[in-house]
Design a binder for this molecule. Structure first.
Ligand code: ARG
Length: 460
């Protein structure tokens, strides 16, 4: 089959070479964006008098037919036409005749493909932002039910101080809030139109780039034609933001997996997000959480793949850049899928308040409280630390916890101890009193919940 650019060639490549060079196998994902870009381009050509209104109308009608066919899944793509741009152009010409060949006036596939990807990513990033909000909402709902449910807080994976379970969940709300903000910021920075930059140097036609940019909802145009066709920063930024988002999800996955274990039993995954073992009848595996943790690797990989592809490229367009697409599509699909599953997992998980309560009572995570108690009564904190350390040792030797030690044990260690320590040592008191801004104290957690809900309801 003859190529749209075949004039300069005396023989055609063999099919397997065509196949290797073609992107139609994956860039057909951009079919709607490509048509959208063409519609704006043709409107601009007519407005600037570069083609006649009748020609523009014919081309637009042809494009609408292709759009409809694409929606119905009726378009047939061929490797011989290499990519989505040439496939559509060929089909347009088949549909409306030689006038279809005027569509490509004053543009190149180089500015065309960049435009398509801007449109694609703008749309997908918005959908991902909506999915981030849905997960934040699921976290907030669980948090609202568990303000006074306590779990051990850990540092170095050792019990440190008890915290409100809501506080723990809301930590992820704020991580996701930054992810949301990053996607939003990247969108603002990258919403510029490359269309009309031509192959690399602009065009001799009296085009109006701003007009087509406005039609496509861009905030402006790329200032430099070379930059316009060779910039892939917007994809790198997206992949980087997606990587960070997945890193956050993966960390929570790790916790959900731990919490579902026999050793913790803090939560139980709903059956719909777990699987069994083909051999061990007792097993209930947190597969979905593991899979999201695993998929984080491929999202990072896509980021590194593109960074590496770009690092040695001279200006302007190079065919290497065709490699920007599959990783981007894969990341979009992976992130959307992961967020959707995640919201479901959080909404449906069972929180075992009993196991959590038992855990916070059976440890030494209230020891800081005792040291603070002495310090409040005037003992230098360093000394108080030492005194309490010894009490912890005594308790360990006796196989009990701090609340089990007798008043005489306490007074033997320091005369500053009084009866009220038994109240001070209660995990509930320990948490309630951590009322510094952003702390786990219940008042703080309540106000954090209000802030979170405000963000969700105003979308800011
Ligand atoms: N399929 C190409 C890509 O995805 C489109 C741009 C091709 N431009 C060119 N001059 N070969 O990058």
């Amino acid at each position: 089959m003859s190529k749209l650019w075949g004039g300069r060639f005396t023989k055609s490549a063999e099919e397997w070479v065509d196949e290797f060079g073609a992107s139609i196998g994956f860039d057909q994902e951009l079919v709607q964006e490509d048509i959208e870009g063409s519609l704006a381009h043709v409107a601009m050509l007519a407005k600037c008098g570069i083609i006649s209104d009748e020609e523009a109308t014919k081309i637009k009608e042809g494009l609408q037919v292709l759009k409809q066919k694409a929606e119905n899944g009726e378009l047939e793509f061929s490797v011989a036409q290499e990519d989505i741009h040439l496939n559509l152009e060929k089909q347009l010409i088949d549909e409306i005749g030689p006038v279809g060949g005027k569509l490509h006036t004053g543009r190149s596939r180089n500015d065309q493909v960049a435009t398509d990807m801007h449109l694609y990513l703008r749309n997908e990033a918005r959908e991902i932002m909506v999915a981030v909000r849905a997960l934040q909402e699921a976290l907030t709902k669980q948090a609202a039910d568990h303000v006074e449910t306590l779990i051990p807080g850990y540092t170095h994976m050792q019990r440190a101080q008890p915290v409100s379970f809501a506080h723990h969940l809301l930590a992820y709300f704020w991580m996701l809030e930054r992810d949301y903000g990053r996607l939003h910021d990247a969108g603002k920075r990258s919403n510029l139109s490359p269309l009309g930059a031509g192959a690399l140097a602009g065009t001799t036609f009296p085009i109006d780039r701003t007009y087509s940019a406005e039609l496509l909802g861009f905030d402006g145009i790329y200032e430099n034609s070379l930059d316009a066709v060779s910039d892939r920063d917007f994809i790198v930024e997206f992949l980087s933001n997606a990587s960070m988002l997945m890193m956050h999800l993966s960390r929570l996955c790790e916790e959900l997996i731990l919490w579902s274990s026999q050793e913790f039993q803090f939560i139980e995954m709903d059956d719909s997000f777990a699987t069994g073992s083909s051999i061990m009848p007792q097993k209930k595996n947190p597969d979905m959480a593991e899979l999201i943790r695993g998929k984080t690797g491929r999202v990072y990989g896509n980021l590194f793949s593109l960074l590496t592809t770009l690092k040695g490229l001279p200006l302007a367009y190079n065919k290497d850049m065709q490699e920007d697409k599959e990783g981007m599509f894969d990341t979009v699909k992976t992130v959307k899928g992961s967020l959707r599953i995640f919201a479901g997992m959080i909404e449906t998980m069972t929180v075992n308040e009993g196991t959590m309560a038992k855990a916070v009572h059976e440890d030494f995570s209230n020891a800081t409280e005792l040291a603070d108690y002495l310090a409040t009564k005037g003992m230098p904190f360093r000394e108080a630390h030492e005194v309490v350390g010894k009490l912890v040792l005594t308790a360990i030797e006796r196989g009990v916890y701090l609340l089990d030690l007798k008043m005489e044990d306490y007074q033997g260690a320091s005369e500053l101890f009084a009866e009220d320590i038994y109240e001070v040592l209660q995990p509930h008191t320990v948490v309630a009193r951590r009322n510094s801004a952003g702390g786990t104290g219940f008042d703080q957690v309540q106000s954090a919940l209000e802030k979170a809900n405000h963000i969700l309801s105003t979308n800011k």
